[in-house]
Design a protein around this ligand. Structure first.
Ligand code: 8YV
Length: 309
């Protein structure tokens, strides 16, 4: 029987499905570290997620590791370079989550602009009889800047046509055949945008890409939406800009130190805070599980993964 090291728990259903077909060592359970030492030679595959990742140190501890199969599209928490150095393929679950992440990005755009969460809190707190909320900002017809025109960025852009928005994007390089205008200068894109939506990968190449200068350019009327990774934004600079009114608002699904959200963000009225739920629907999570299991099956049957990173 094949031996899998599962780094963290996914759904009960998934854990059961995996354990039905394979011997699974559960890395998050007590005593797992000793178990890994004991079985290190036998572990063929690591199953992990964007959240749990896989370190170079762990890869090094597993001399016969043949593949890393991950749940989620982002793989910044997996040391892909260490895996590549040993010719270990890494797979993720792209495409199946594009719609849900893009839906959530749009939800954040509308909520941040129209202050729906704030209005909900206002009604629940019984404040309506004693006054109104400040006027909100319109969404339709506005300018949407997208940072990272990959599969998710493209899906967000598609959603915007129903809102008669203009779209421009920033990427490392222009996307061939894209219907949207390319902006090589991120500060200029931020200056142009009413909403700046982040859909780029995390990791070292994009760390603190959204810095003080970009936030300054987005300005007191601009809104930042992040459904990518917390690492893409200089979080202290974001808090400063929001607190001092140099940025209009933010809609965030991801943070620098999840699951810890800075109190300064919690205290701000013009910020919508979500607990990293971009792909968290029943339909999409099931599709992600299927994609992970299909990668695993393909690897065991043919020695290759289906969706390599
Ligand atoms: C998942 C995500 O919640 O796919 C991603 O990159 O961030 C989310 O869809 C996460 O990967 C699960 O750990």
């Amino acid at each position: 029987m094949t031996c899998i090291l599962q780094i963290g728990p996914l759904t009960e259903r998934f854990n059961r499905r995996l354990a039905a077909e394979h011997e699974v060592l559960r890395f998050w359970e007590e005593g797992a570290d000793a178990l890994v030492n004991q079985h290190a030679q036998r572990i063929d595959v690591v199953v992990t997620s964007g959240r749990f990742g896989c370190t170079a140190e762990l890869i090094e501890r597993l001399p016969n590791l043949q593949a890393i199969i991950s749940f989620g599209v982002g793989y910044d928490a997996i040391d892909v370079a260490a895996a590549r150095a040993r010719n270990i393929p890494v797979s993720n679950t792209p495409d199946v989550l594009n719609d849900c992440v893009a839906d959530l990005a749009f939800g954040l755009i509308i909520d941040s602009a129209r202050q729906m969460s704030r209005a909900d809190r206002f009604v629940r707190a019984g404040e309506w009889p004693s006054g109104g909320l400040p006027l909100a900002k319109q969404v339709s017809g506005k300018r949407l800047g997208i940072v990272g025109m990959g599969r998710i960025g493209e899906t967000v852009a598609k959603r915007s046509s129903g809102f008669d928005m203009q779209v421009r994007y920033h990427n490392r390089r222009p996307v061939e055949g894209s219907a949207y205008g390319y902006e090589s200068n991120l500060v200029e894109l931020a200056q142009w945008s009413d909403f700046l939506v982040l859909t780029c990968p995390g990791g070292e190449s994009t760390r603190n890409l959204i810095n003080r200068g970009v936030l300054e350019a987005l300005g007191p009327k601009g809104i930042l939406i992040n459904v990518a990774r917390g690492s893409v934004v200089d979080e202290p600079a974001l808090i400063e800009a929001l607190t001092e009114g140099r940025l209009g608002g933010a809609g965030l699904d991801v943070y620098a130190q999840e699951p810890n959200v800075p109190q300064a963000l919690i205290d701000l009225p013009n910020v919508v805070l979500l607990p990293h739920i971009g792909s968290a629907t029943e339909e999409t999570r099931l599709a992600m599980e299927e994609s992970l299991l299909a990668n695993l099956r393909e690897f065991f049957e043919r020695g290759e993964v289906l969706t390599a990173v």
